[in-house]
Design a protein. Sequence first.
Length: 192
Amino acid sequence: GLGCLVCDALSLGSPLLVAWLEGMGSPRGVVLAIGTCSAIAFWFARFFAGFGLALYVYRTIRIGQMKAALRSVHLPRVFVDALAVAFRVIPTVGSEAVAIREAMEMRGVDLGVRGILRHPLVIAERFLVPLLSSIARVADDLAASSVIRGLGGPTRPTSLTRLRVTGWDVFALACVAGVIAIEFCAYLGVLP
């Protein structure tokens, strides 16, 4: 959304700004800092779109719907099952991270920018080690739960979710097809 547009504006306009600053005789450090920030903004703009799409899918689609849709397009079962388990792990890991952060704050560990800059390795050790151990425990619990539910069994699971194509789906596919057609025409040289 807005973050992607801001990063695009920073990254696209900065080469001209860097060239102008070099021409004006600005200090090398200023030019280097602006160039570095623009490169970082460029890559953030590229990842914001994918991250935003993944966040939208995560928040709007139920796991049962996703599994039924991916199975209906005949994706490999291993891929569908792994994606379903990953979607179930994310909220659990988030709640574990919040609990670890609250425990660190109760012990008086400074988790602000100042504390992270002063003791980055201590903060990482006190946060990441418990988080990784809780992720391993959660993964074991989810694997056991998945086996009990029949995930990975020899038969194809039935779905209670009925999939249907709506008008919004047709509109989205038409928009994607239009963008692909424009890109293809531009690639062929038909469009400028």
